[in-house]
Write a protein that binds this ligand. Structure first.
Ligand code: GLU
Length: 570
C-alpha cells in the first residue's frame, strides 16, 4: 500500500516533469466539451476525418454518404475534423480541395471544418494540429495513472527488436518483456527525463494477445479479436499525437457516437478500445465500411490509388459526372435493398431512403462504372434544358473555358440546344452522362467548334458509300442539290417531311419502309437513307436528335450553307 502511494506520487512527478505547463485536467475538458444533451435520444453524431494529403479517395465519398444519412435520419450531427498529425504527408490546399469536393456532391458536413478558413461549432478546434493542448492534458492524465510512460528507445533499437522477434517467430511489437522502457524503474524514467534525454510517450497496455475481446461493429455485428497488448506510441517526437490517441481524445470530447471509417482500421480497433478504456471514456460504435473493389479481368481487386483513376473523387468532378447520379449509384452499393426501394419510389432520391447500417455489405463493394454511367444518364434525363445548361456552364467555366465562352455568346440558343428532345418531350433522349462529353455531342450546333472538327476530322458523309453500294457519290450529290432547291425554312414538321419524301422519291429512293424492306433491289435506298444524307451533310453525325428540330434551331442560312459546303466536298 505504502509502495503504491509512493509509486503514484512518482507518476505524478513524472507527469509534471514532462508537462510542467499543463494545468487543465480531463475533468476540465469534460466541462468544456459537454455531452450533446440538446440532441434527442438516438441522435447519431458522426464525423468524416480526412488527412490533408491532397487526395480524396472515392471510399471517403462513400463514407460521407453514410455520415450524412445517419446524421440527417436521426436529427444528429455530421462534422468534419482534419487529421493532420502526420505533417510529413501534408499537402498545401488539401482542406479547400476536400471541402470543395464534398460540396460538389452536397455532402459537406454541417459542423467542424467547412472551408479553408471556416470552422463552425463549439467542439473545436476541428483541426488536430490546433488541439495539441487537449492531447497533452490526456497524455498527462495517463502518465499520472501509470498508464503511459516515456520511451527512450531509438528507431534503430526498435528495429533490432523487431528483427529478433521475426527471426524467432515471436509476435512482433513493443509489448511485455520486449517493451524495454516499460520495464525500467520510474526513478530511472524520472532521472532520464531530467537529464534531457529524448523520448516519445507510449501507452502502457494491460492487455494480453492470448485473451479475446469482442465488440459490436455497427455494420458487421459482433466481432471477436485478440486483446491489444501493444504499448503503442501516443505522443510522437514532434509532440503531436498518433492517430490512435488523437481520435480517441477527439471522438470523446467531440461527443461522436459513431466512428464510420474504412475497413483498414478494423485490425487496430482493439488498440482503440484499450485506449478508451484506459482514459475512462465510453467508446463510440465503430462502423467499418467495406473496401471499394474494381473488376480486373475476371477477378475483383481493391480500388488502387496508383492504378485506377476512379479512386480519386476529383476524377468524377473533372469529368463532370452529375453529383446526383454518383450519389444514387453509391447508395446502390451501400445498401443492398436500395434498388428495390428505388424501383418502387422512382420520383424519390437517396436522401428519402432510410439507410440501414445492417444492410451494408462487409465484403468489398464493386464499383461498376457502366452501371454508374447509366444512373448518371438517368439523372441527366430528368433535367430540363436550362438545368443542363446551368450545370454545363459551371463545369466548363472551370475545365473548358473556350466552350464556356461559346455557350455564353447566346444563352437562349444554348438552352434550346440542350432542351432538344428534353423540354416538353414525350421520349427523353438519353445521350449524356457526364459534362465533359457535352461539347463533342453537341458540337454541330456551334459553328466555331463544328468548323474546326470538319477541318481536323473531315466529312463523314462518304461512309455511306461503303455501307450502301447503291448510293454512289453521284446519288449523294444529286440528293443534296435537289434538297437545297426544295428546302423551305417555313415548313412545319409535316410539310418538311412531305418535301423530303418528294425529293427522295424523285431520285429513286423508296418512301415506304415496308415496301422497301420487301423489295430493296427496286430502289437505290430508303427514305431513311435519304434522311441520313441530309443529317450527315448538316451535322457530320450519323445519329442526332430529330433532324427537323435541329434545322429549325440552326436556321436557314446555316442549313443551306452546310448543305452547300458538304456538296462541294463530296
Ligand atoms: N484520418 C483517418 C484516415 O484518413 C480517418 C480514420 C477515421 O475516420 O477515424 O484514414
Amino acid at each position: 500500500m505504502e509502495m503504491d502511494k509512493e509509486y503514484e506520487r512518482k507518476c505524478y512527478e513524472l507527469a509534471y516533469l514532462i508537462f510542467p505547463d499543463v494545468d487543465e485536467t480531463v475533468d476540465d475538458l469534460e466541462v468544456k466539451y459537454p455531452e450533446r444533451n440538446e440532441l434527442k435520444v438516438g441522435a447519431i453524431v458522426t464525423r468524416i476525418a480526412p488527412s490533408p494529403t491532397g487526395f480524396m479517395h472515392t471510399g471517403s465519398l462513400y463514407q460521407a454518404m453514410v455520415h450524412k444519412k445517419l446524421a440527417t435520419q436521426t436529427d444528429g450531427v455530421y462534422f468534419l475534423r482534419v487529421e493532420d498529425t502526420d505533417q510529413k504527408r501534408e499537402v498545401a490546399g488539401s482542406i479547400k480541395m476536400y471541402t470543395d469536393e464534398l460540396k460538389y456532391f452536397d455532402l459537406l458536413a454541417t459542423e467542424g471544418v467547412l472551408g479553408e478558413d471556416k470552422q463552425v461549432g463549439s467542439y473545436g478546434p476541428y483541426i488536430q494540429s490546433q488541439r495539441k493542448d487537449i492531447y497533452r492534458v490526456c497524455a498527462k492524465h495517463l502518465i499520472e495513472k501509470g498508464l503511459a510512460y516515456p520511451c527512450f528507445c531509438t528507431p534503430e533499437m526498435i528495429d533490432k527488436t523487431r528483427q529478433m522477434q521475426e527471426a524467432n517467430k515471436i509476435v512482433p511489437g513493443y509489448y511485455g518483456v520486449y517493451a524495454k522502457c516499460r520495464n525500467i524503474s520510474i526513478d530511472e524514467s524520472i532521472e532520464r527525463v531530467k537529464n534531457g534525454e529524448k523520448f516519445i510517450i507510449r501507452f502502457r497496455s494491460n492487455g494480453s494477445h492470448l485473451r479475446k475481446i469482442s465488440f459490436v461493429d455497427g455494420a458487421r455485428g459482433k466481432i471477436e479479436m485478440a486483446e491489444n497488448d501493444q504499448d503503442v506510441v501516443i505522443i510522437k517526437s514532434d509532440g503531436l499525437p498518433t492517430y490512435h490517441f488523437a481520435h480517441v481524445c477527439d471522438d470523446h470530447f467531440m461527443r461522436t457516437t459513431h466512428v464510420v471509417r474504412g475497413e483498414e482500421w478494423l485490425p487496430s480497433t482493439p488498440i482503440h478500445l484499450d485506449l478508451f478504456n484506459a482514459m475512462g471514456f465510453t467508446p463510440p460504435v465503430y462502423v467499418h465500411t467495406p473496401l471499394i473493389m474494381i473488376k480486373d479481368g475476371n477477378s475483383k481487386r481493391k480500388l488502387s490509388k496508383r492504378k485506377d483513376k476512379e479512386s480519386a473523387v476529383s476524377f468524377f468532378i473533372k469529368a463532370g459526372y452529375p453529383a446526383e447520379g454518383v450519389c444514387e449509384y453509391l447508395m446502390t452499393i451501400l445498401n443492398s435493398d436500395y434498388e428495390m426501394w428505388k424501383s418502387k419510389n422512382k420520383e424519390k432520391n437517396y436522401m428519402d431512403f432510410e439507410f440501414k447500417l445492417n444492410k451494408m455489405s462487409s465484403a468489398g463493394s464493386l464499383l461498376d462504372m457502366p452501371k454508374l454511367n447509366d444512373l448518371c444518364k438517368e439523372e441527366v434525363a430528368k433535367m430540363s434544358g436550362k438545368e443542363v445548361l446551368d450545370k454545363v456552364l459551371v463545369w466548363s467555366k472551370q475545365y473548358s473555358q473556350d466552350f464556356y465562352d461559346i455557350l455564353n455568346k447566346d444563352l437562349e440558343y444554348s438552352q434550346k440546344v440542350f432542351g432538344l428532345e428534353r423540354d416538353n418531350a414525350t421520349k427523353i433522349r438519353k445521350d449524356i452522362y457526364k459534362w465533359e462529353d457535352v461539347e463533342e455531342t453537341f458540337k454541330y450546333f456551334f459553328d466555331e467548334i463544328y468548323n474546326k472538327e470538319l477541318e481536323e476530322k473531315g466529312y463523314i458523309i462518304d461512309s455511306i458509300l461503303e455501307e450502301k453500294p447503291t448510293i454512289t457519290k453521284e446519288v449523294i450529290k444529286k440528293s443534296l442539290e435537289e434538297y437545297i432547291k426544295a428546302y423551305n425554312e417555313n415548313d412545319n414538321k409535316d410539310e418538311w417531311f412531305a418535301r423530303m419524301k418528294e425529293v427522295a422519291q424523285s431520285l429513286g429512293f423508296c418512301t415506304n419502309m415496308k415496301e422497301y424492306k420487301a423489295n430493296p433491289e427496286n430502289y437505290i435506298g430508303s427514305i431513311a437513307d435519304f434522311s441520313s444524307i441530309v443529317r450527315m451533310a448538316i451535322t457530320n453525325r450519323k445519329n442526332t436528335p430529330d433532324i427537323y428540330s435541329i434545322m429549325q434551331l440552326l436556321g436557314k442560312d446555316k442549313v443551306i450553307n452546310r448543305l452547300n459546303t458538304t456538296l462541294s466536298k463530296v
